[in-house]
Design a protein around this ligand. Structure first.
Ligand SMILES: [Zn+2]
Length: 167
């Protein structure tokens, strides 16, 4: 059996206090100590193994990745919430001709995932070569262990199959 699910669960169960300390060091905050709704903070949360969205305080719309203004009500008051990281594959395509920084990794798969919380997020889909992807497959977010050389210089997220298919 594949052990990645257990591995992930373990990571998400890590001590809240420990995470808080890490975030205090790395997250950008305003003068009141609120965590700023920036893309940098989004990736820093990824670096702590957390997929986070912004929730508009006025209209409760969820945003991922973050924006400065709510597209639904123009508010700029948000709070960060942690997402489950689970979703279903909505669409995908194989990238054969990639931007320069990813060309060594081509061909690779980019997809759009409908997350459990109702919002959609695009990202890399990483599966074994013999896996045939299908719309509606259950996926789960993971985070790179290595820091990328280019921007954002924080671990990126990607999606993998939630369950490994028995061959
Ligand atoms: Zn709003």
């Amino acid at each position: 059996m594949f052990i990645a699910t257990q591995y992930r669960r373990k990571r998400f169960q890590s001590n809240e206090k420990e995470l808080k300390n890490l975030e205090e060091i790395t997250l950008d905050r305003d003068e009141k100590g609120e965590i700023l709704p920036t893309i940098q903070n989004f990736y820093r949360f990824c670096g702590h193994g957390r997929l986070m969205a912004l929730k508009c305080i006025e209209c409760e719309k969820l945003l991922i990745p973050p924006r400065i203004i709510c597209p639904q009500c123009s508010s700029h008051k948000f709070k960060w919430i942690q997402l489950s990281g689970k979703g279903k594959l909505r669409t995908f395509s194989f990238i054969h001709i990639a931007p320069k920084q990813f060309s060594s990794q081509a061909p690779y798969i980019i997809g759009i995932v409908k997350l459990e919380e109702g919002l959609s997020l695009s990202g890399r889909i990483i599966v074994d070569k013999d896996v045939k992807l299908e719309i509606g497959m259950d996926l789960i977010v993971e985070f790179e262990d290595v820091v990328s050389a280019g921007w954002p210089q924080w671990p990126r997220y990607y999606f993998r199959l939630a369950k490994v298919i028995e061959q």
